[in-house]
Design a protein around this ligand. Structure first.
Ligand SMILES: C[S@@+](CC[C@H](N)C(=O)[O-])C[C@H]1O[C@@H](n2cnc3c(N)ncnc32)[C@H](O)[C@@H]1O
Length: 125
């Protein structure tokens, strides 16, 4: 699935002005009707290309992981992954999805990637 250009623009505008209520978007109570448009059920196309080209190596920090299809895809390939997101709703969904898929090498944390306040390392949940 490819994002509608208008949806991309809306996301970009919101990110640029730091006005978006990320948690509200995941709870479907925010600016979008239904799920946020970046939830496409798989990693974003640019990352899929990198994965398919074998260009991702080692442990991964997925900053702003959201529902974490990128983290989960990489973890399923054997990478140790830490996903960080501001949204508690997104982190809870990512954690539940990892559990339902039997993925144990991905950890998800609710934190601000601009400061990582409250982040004491991947052992913290
Ligand atoms: C456009 S979404 C992309 C989500 C995910 N990477 C994906 O491809 O589906 C941007 C994500 O960054 C998160 N985010 C924005 N600012 C953040 C910050 N300062 N610290 C942590 N996460 C942040 C949002 O909550 C949101 O989940």
């Amino acid at each position: 699935m490819v994002l509608n250009p208008r949806a991309y623009l809306r996301v970009y505008q919101c990110m640029a002005t730091e006005l978006i209520d990320w948690d509200g978007a995941y709870r479907e109570e925010g600016i979008f009707v239904g799920p946020p448009p970046w939830n496409i059920g798989e990693p974003q196309p640019a990352f899929m290309r990198l994965i398919n080209q074998g260009r991702i190596h080692g442990d991964v920090l997925d900053a702003g992981c959201g529902h974490a299809e990128l983290s989960l895809t990489l973890a399923a390939k054997g990478h140790i992954v830490v996903g960080v997101d501001l949204s508690r709703a997104a982190v809870d969904t990512a954690t539940a999805t990892a559990k339902s898929r039997g993925i144990v090498n991905a950890t998800f944390l609710c934190a601000d990637i601009t400061s990582l306040t409250g982040f004491d390392g991947p052992s913290q949940r």
